[in-house]
Design a protein around this ligand. Structure first.
Ligand code: GAR
Length: 216
């Protein structure tokens, strides 16, 4: 990682990119410790690519269907990231499993947002999973990426109450509001050197806010 200055960040998306937009907007603040230098999507039709380009961020698709296997796709991704001299990678609705080799190359420098309070409800359909489990608190998590899906050390979480009449859509609507709030705050912590991975655990600097952002 280059010393001083802002950390160079790439955002990986697969879809509409509303978390991506939140990160781009936060990074416009001159005091934000990161700049968004690249957006990559594995899906050429991702709406987020258009939104990134509109925001003036270089945005490209690397279509996973053009590669024979995960390793060659990940190698192409890695080459783009390194060509752009990226320091940190943010996964924001990136719906591809990454190979252990790729993840190892970005260990401690790649974070993800997931729409549940991990370690509960990994994978997809997290709002349906929460309703089926009958939990009273639901939310989102930002964590460092490790090879095992949705299992990395947790940086921060935001919670919402589950209400009597909630369905997966109403939960998704309230969780995404918290995601767009949480992700820029966590990127600021990591890019600003106030949170890092050490020995497989997240360390928060003494002056860092704690990682619980309850929003009841
Ligand atoms: C977000 O809810 C994000 O947490 C989720 O996809 C959505 C993307 O929305 N990610 C995952 O489920 C990853 N396992 P967005 O494209 O509007 O940011």
């Amino acid at each position: 990682m280059a010393g001083g200055g802002k950390r160079r960040v790439a955002i990986l998306i697969s879809g509409r990119g509303s978390n991506m937009v939140a990160l781009i907007e936060a990074a416009r603040d001159p005091t934000f410790p990161a700049e968004i230098v690249l957006v990559l999507s594995n899906r050429p039709d991702a709406a987020g690519l258009v939104r990134a380009a509109e925001a003036g961020i270089p945005a490209r698709a690397i279509d996973h269907r053009a590669y024979p296997d995960r390793a060659t796709f990940d190698a192409a991704l890695d080459a783009e990231l390194r060509a752009a001299a990226v320091d940190l990678v943010c996964l924001a609705g990136f719906m591809r499993i990454l190979t252990p080799g790729f993840v190892a190359g970005w260990a401690g420098r790649m974070i993800n947002i997931h729409p549940s309070l991990l370690p509960l409800f990994k994978g997809t359909h997290t709002h349906r999973q929460a309703l089926d489990a009958g939990v009273r608190l639901h939310g989102c998590t930002v964590h460092f990426v490790v090879p095992e899906l949705d299992a990395g050390p947790i940086l921060a979480q935001a919670a919402i109450p589950v209400r009597q009449n909630d369905d997966p859509n109403s939960l998704a609507d309230r969780v995404i509001v918290q995601e767009r709030r949480l992700y820029p705050a966590v990127l600021a912590l990591v890019a600003g050197g106030q949170a890092w991975l050490e020995g497989g655990r997240v360390i928060l600097a003494a002056q860092a806010p704690d990682g619980a952002l309850l929003s009841l």
